[in-house]
Write a protein that binds this ligand. Structure first.
Ligand SMILES: Cc1cc2nc3c(=O)[nH]c(=O)nc-3n(C[C@H](O)[C@H](O)[C@H](O)COP(=O)(O)OP(=O)(O)OC[C@H]3O[C@@H](n4cnc5c(N)ncnc54)[C@H](O)[C@@H]3O)c2cc1C
Length: 307
């Protein structure tokens, strides 16, 4: 295993900012896991915590309920994901107005997957928003929300080329998006090459890397296939033979994610968005490695000497 000692000092890492993504729980047990994870991660003072959205009625309600509970029971800043799938403009606008009324000020604005699932042909809902850029504009008309949007270092599977994909990102920025959050990736060079192309296109919003600590390699590989993200052979090799060894899998997952974020920091990245999958332990450990400490925890002697 090749964990390089971090070249950055903890005093420098005070500049590091993180956000955490959760999905709305489907069962009472999942709800308990989610809230234990939120409680564990909250003291790391993330910039925001986001809650994903599904277009179906019950999933939609679970997103709203989770966002509402974050607002009422924590001091965290929630960001509500929203897609324009299977809904009219009026329905979406009502959701956005409700969010504004309860105090939500950050929306992650997405087109969403077609009703037939990822890979099916996407058609806008009759009377609905056309795409993610159109949705960004609609949200901005309702309130001065902070808006984050998706960004794809390896291009979205629907997009014919990386340039076409970056055109869509530009349209979302022109409509008012202030931050891109990337699909997860495992090869950091992909991210930096993408950043170069995005900047060459005149896009100057932060493009925050989305980091997926691999809790379950098979599930991550399946998800990556649908999302158009590549899984390098070296990652598959690291998890090979560990299907029945959860403890070692978790240690390997921590090592892989640690290598990735340390390399990103060494190359100048200071903002990270973590796909938590509603689990705190790996993300907490990686944040610790990045120098984040629970707010209020006294500094160690070494840290005091460095600041
Ligand atoms: C950070 C992040 C968070 C996400 N959160 C959620 C979530 O909460 N809920 C959820 O359901 N999904 C979520 N997704 C997945 C996302 O909804 C899907 O990838 C969806 O297929 C595309 O939505 P988008 O907003 O990323 O698309 P866009 O950015 O609008 O489009 C992506 C690319 O596809 C191209 N494209 C779009 N439509 C067409 C078309 N009709 N024909 C040809 N090309 C087209 C665009 O030009 C662009 O290049 C998330 C993805 C990311 C990266």
């Amino acid at each position: 295993m090749n964990i390089r000692p971090s070249r950055f000092a903890l005093s420098e890492t005070r500049r590091i900012h993180v956000s955490f993504e959760f999905f709305p729980p489907q069962t009472a047990e999942m709800e308990q896991t989610l809230w234990e994870s939120i409680e564990r991660l909250a003291p790391l003072a993330p910039n925001f915590v986001s809650v994903t959205y599904g277009a179906g009625g019950s999933t939609r309600e679970r997103t709203h309920a989770t966002v509402k509970r974050i607002l009422s029971e924590t001091s965290l800043t929630p960001a509500a994901h929203l897609t324009c799938v299977a809904a009219t403009r009026e329905e979406i606008d009502q959701i956005v107005r409700n969010y504004w009324d309860i105090g939500v000020r950050h929306i992650v604005s997405l087109r969403g997957d077609p009703v037939g699932g990822a890979g099916a042909i996407y058609a806008p809902h009759p009377g609905g928003y056309e795409n993610a850029a159109d949705l960004v504009a609609g949200i901005k008309r309702i309130g001065d929300f902070e808006i984050s949007v998706s960004a794809y270092p390896e291009k979205h599977p629907d997009s014919p080329t990386v340039d076409a994909d970056i055109d869509m990102l530009k349209a979302k920025v022109d409509a008012g998006a202030g931050r891109g959050i990337t699909q997860f990736f495992f090869e950091n060079d992909l991210y930096f090459r993408y950043l170069e192309r995005v900047q060459a296109r005149g896009i100057d919003i932060p493009i925050v890397p989305g980091i997926l600590p691999v809790q379950n390699f098979k599930a991550a590989a399946n998800f990556a296939k649908r999302a158009g993200a590549s899984v390098p052979t070296w990652i598959a090799e690291r998890f090979h033979g560990l299907d029945n060894d959860a403890v070692t899998r978790k240690l390997i997952a921590a090592a892989v994610a640690a290598e990735q974020v340390i390399d990103l920091v060494d190359r100048g990245v200071t903002n990270f968005h973590f796909y938590t999958m509603n689990r705190a332990d790996l993300v907490y450990a990686i944040c610790h490695l990045l120098g984040l400490r629970p707010v209020g925890l006294p500094l160690s002697q070494g840290e005091r000497e460095r600041v």
